[in-house]
Design a protein around this ligand. Structure first.
Ligand SMILES: *Cc1c(COP(=O)(O)O)cnc(C)c1O
Length: 362
């Protein structure tokens, strides 16, 4: 029988997303360090707001997200009219592809780039174009070499996932300056808060008409399960993203919880300083066990092994100790494991596990 119903070109090329594992058979003490979640959970103020929002769930949510946008604008000192909120920053990425890419166009991302870029590009009908990185770091020359008349979007995470590396403001500015005017540069700032002093690209956006940033509540604010993210950019681009956005894309509960979370500045500051301290400690301790990593500006480190076999063996040893980390072969880094920075106790457990692994090897 011939198939008469088929999806748009590109859809059947989308590989289904592989999430970080969350369980191990027969264990109750699993330490999940596979999805870069906040080890301290969500702030109490956010949980209280979530519960309180139940009173109003029979009402449709506001479509303009005005209250949450005002909170974001205040905290980050941004123009409230140029903020758009979505169901995770993943939805903002999807809006960008829906509004600006499509059949006959190209979307660029880098060799170890976040998997959603390719998924959203293909979903829009565009051709995904992958360009190389240099030493697990975004290489703007390789990106520029990949730009053609068909390019519409370039996605870079800064800091990047799963590498944890960053390009500095000057390099980002050079890239934005060198792009032809028909190309939008998207700076994915899912981990921007963890890079101290970094604005995610906000100041660059103020002086350009082709740079957009995406941000999330899933990492520092501990709300990955609730799905809230946002984007910031030039007014005309944000207006177009709002045209493809469903009017009720965020629920009353999402809006209220995110607003309470971002207004708790003490919580954010505490989580940030714990992350900075524990990240340095874990990276140093692993390096002393012959597991180096690039300097990370995020809430995880990319542990590097001799080769794929050693990385897989260590991952198996982690499992035996009830620890889940992320294999990143799918990101062309089979010799690496991505490990979320947990609490101090979590980090000690990781290091103890690697020490045992090294002992079994010798
Ligand atoms: C975690 C992550 C996101 C966040 O996605 P949400 O949809 O906001 O949960 C975005 N980009 C990168 C690179 C990430 O690692």
């Amino acid at each position: 029988m011939t198939k008469s119903i088929s999806p748009k070109p590109g859809i059947d090329r989308i590989a289904l997303y592989q999430g970080g594992a969350s369980q191990l058979e027969g264990r109750s003490d699993v330490l999940k360090l596979s999805s870069n979640e906040n080890p301290f959970g969500a702030p109490d103020a956010a949980k209280t707001a979530l519960v309180a929002s139940a009173t109003n769930i029979h009402r449709y949510p506001p479509t303009d997200h005005a209250s949450l946008r005002a909170a974001i604008a205040e905290v980050h000192d941004l123009d409230v009219n140029r903020i758009i909120c979505g169901a995770g920053s993943d939805e903002i990425i999807a809006f960008l592809c829906q509004a600006y890419a499509g059949e006959g166009t190209e979307v660029i991302y880098t060799a170890h780039g976040f998997s959603m870029y390719k998924i959203s590009a293909l979903a829009s009908g565009a051709t995904p174009v992958e360009v190389p990185e240099r030493d697990r770091t975004v290489d703007i020359d390789a990106i520029l070499a990949g730009v053609t008349a068909k390019t519409r979007l370039i996605f870079i995470a800064n800091p990047a996932n799963p590498t944890g590396t960053m390009i500095d403001d000057e390099t980002t500015r050079q890239l934005a300056d060198a792009l032809p005017p028909h190309v939008i540069l998207v700076l994915d700032g899912a981990y921007a808060e963890y890079a101290e002093g970094f604005d995610g690209g906000a100041s660059l956006i103020e002086t350009r008409d082709n740079v957009v940033m995406t941000r999330t509540f899933s990492k520092l604010y501990g709300l990955g399960g609730l799905r809230i993210g946002w984007g910031y950019g030039p007014q005309d681009i944000i207006d177009n993203l709002n045209r493809v956005r469903g009017p009720f894309n965020l629920s009353t509960s999402q809006l209220a919880t995110a607003e309470a979370a971002i207004r708790d500045r003490d919580w954010a500051a505490r989580c940030l300083s714990e992350n900075t301290k524990n990240r340095a400690w874990m990276a140093d301790a692993l390096a002393a066990l012959d597991v180096p990593s690039d300097a990370s500006s995020a809430n995880f480190i990319l542990a590097r092994f001799q080769n794929e076999a050693e990385a897989n063996a260590c991952e198996a040893a982690f499992r035996e100790d009830g620890i889940l980390v992320r294999k990143v072969g799918g990101y062309k880094l089979p010799q690496c494991l991505r490990i979320t920075v947990g609490t101090q106790a979590d980090c000690r457990r990781v290091v103890a596990s690697v020490r045992r692994f090294r002992e079994t090897q010798s």
